[in-house]
Design a protein around this ligand. Structure first.
Ligand SMILES: [Zn+2]
Length: 137
C-alpha cells in the first residue's frame, strides 16, 4: 500500500467520523423534532414501518407547550446566503472582515455602519421576508 492510498483512507475515515459527530450534535440540539422518531429513523431498515409520533419526551412536549408550527424559510435562507456572498465579495476588495452585524444590516435593509456596503444592489432589493425582526413585527 502506498502513502496516498493510506492518506485517502484516513481522510475518508475522519470525514465519516465528522458526519457522525454532527449527527449526534444535531440530535442533542434539536428542540422540536421527536427524539424517538429521530432514533427510529436512524435505526430503521428500508421498508420498516416507523412508529407514529410519541408525546412523552421533551421535544414533543415543547411542541405542544409552545404551539410550534413549521414554516418554510428556504427563500429567506437563500437570500441570506446571497447577502453573505455579496458582502464577502465587496469587503474582499478592501481586505476587510465581514461581521454578523454587516449581514443583518444588509439583510434587514437597516442603516449600515459600513458605508461601503450601501453600494450593494442586494441592499435595495426588497422581498417578502418570513424571518422578521422585532421592528417588522
Ligand atoms: Zn416524541
Amino acid at each position: 500500500m502506498n502513502d496516498s492510498f493510506e492518506a485517502n483512507k484516513r481522510k475518508e475515515y475522519f470525514t465519516k467520523a465528522c458526519e457522525k459527530i454532527f449527527e449526534v450534535v444535531h440530535f442533542y440540539e434539536e428542540q422540536y423534532i421527536c427524539k424517538e422518531q429521530m432514533l427510529a429513523e436512524y435505526f430503521a431498515w428500508n421498508g420498516d414501518n416507523l412508529s407514529p409520533l410519541y408525546a412523552h419526551y421533551d421535544n414533543c412536549l415543547y411542541v405542544q407547550a409552545e404551539l410550534v408550527h413549521e414554516i418554510d424559510v428556504k427563500t429567506d435562507a437563500i437570500k441570506m446566503v446571497e447577502v453573505v456572498e455579496e458582502i464577502i465579495n465587496k469587503l474582499h476588495e478592501s481586505e476587510k472582515l465581514i461581521s454578523p452585524k454587516d449581514i443583518i444590516q444588509i439583510y434587514c435593509q437597516l442603516k449600515c455602519d459600513n458605508e461601503e456596503l450601501i453600494s450593494l444592489n442586494i441592499y435595495y432589493k426588497t422581498q417578502k421576508k418570513i424571518v422578521c425582526t422585532k421592528a417588522d413585527a
